[in-house]
Design a protein around this ligand. Structure first.
Ligand code: GLY
Length: 270
């Protein structure tokens, strides 16, 4: 929040008006903060996203979710504010450190699990080209966001793995990055759903194998109790309920509402 306010201070100092715009050049945090600052400055001015990480290119730069963290959790203060343009140069992603690149791969696997097995397989067996991957992920996201911009229904599918991911990030003091936490969150959710017969057998193994092939963390060091307690502040909670994303099989997910006090039991596999 302090960073967002300091951006607005800078805009006042430089007398930006409503005909000016901000440009977010960076990864997801830069895009989220700049997007949020532009949504509150003079009650909202335009902004452009230029994502420099794979994760921000395929997810956070598109769709208009902006926000900042606070002591209660991740991205809890924010606004829906669409960028007027997103400019993406795929060559940039060849220059990323390996773990930043694989964080994006985890988010790309998410799109595969929610609605495209072919995409999932091509990422898992490393046969996808980067432009094709970005194009397909954004095609999926655009289709979903066009139908449900404000996250009341179908857009929640894009949150597959995210409830546990936000807990994992917070419990690790943000040492585990968002993308890697999403990878692990998807795996834990798939294991839990498989053990409850809500998902086809083998889904968790497919996710696990894909994570292992990119050397992404596939073991949780947190208890189900801590993960569930930390999820109490999840944005997706509505009253005493929370909507989880269930992977029925690779290529299809569905929404499943439970009571928040059932979460610990739900995510306990076996
Ligand atoms: N990152 C999930 C969404 O934009 O809805």
């Amino acid at each position: 929040m302090e960073t967002a306010l300091s951006i607005t201070e800078c805009c006042f100092e430089n007398q930006l008006t409503r005909s000016d715009l901000m440009i977010a050049l960076g990864g997801g945090i830069v895009g989220d903060i700049c997007g949020f600052a532009s949504s509150i400055y003079l009650r909202g001015i335009d902004f452009i996203q230029i994502p420099t990480t794979l994760l921000s290119a395929i997810d956070s730069s598109v769709g208009g979710k902006t926000g900042v963290n606070c002591s209660y959790g991740k991205n809890l203060i924010g606004a829906f504010h669409q960028p007027v343009k997103v400019i993406c140069d795929p060559d940039t992603f060849n220059t990323l450190p390996c773990d930043i690149y694989t964080a994006g791969i985890c988010e790309a696997l998410k799109y595969g699990v929610i609605c495209d097995k072919k995409l999932f397989d091509s990422i898992a067996n490393k046969s996808c080209d980067i432009e094709g991957l970005i194009h397909r992920c954004l095609e999926i996201k655009a289709k979903i966001v066009e139908k449900d911009e404000f996250d009341h229904g179908e857009r929640q599918l894009l949150n597959f793995g995210h409830t546990l991911a936000h807990s994992i990030e917070a419990l690790s003091n943000f040492e585990i990055s968002h993308g890697h936490a999403v990878g692990l969150g998807m795996l834990l959710m798939a294991r839990a759903c498989e053990s409850k017969g809500l998902c086809e057998k083998g889904v968790s193994t497919s996710i696990n194998d894909a994570l292992v092939s990119y050397s992404v963390i596939n073991e949780s060091r947190f208890t189900e109790k801590d993960l569930a307690l930390t999820a109490l502040n999840d944005k997706k909670r509505k009253g005493d309920s929370i909507t989880l994303v269930i992977p029925e099989y690779i290529g299809k997910c569905s929404l499943h509402k439970i009571k928040i006090n059932e979460l610990e039991n739900f995510i306990t596999a076996g």
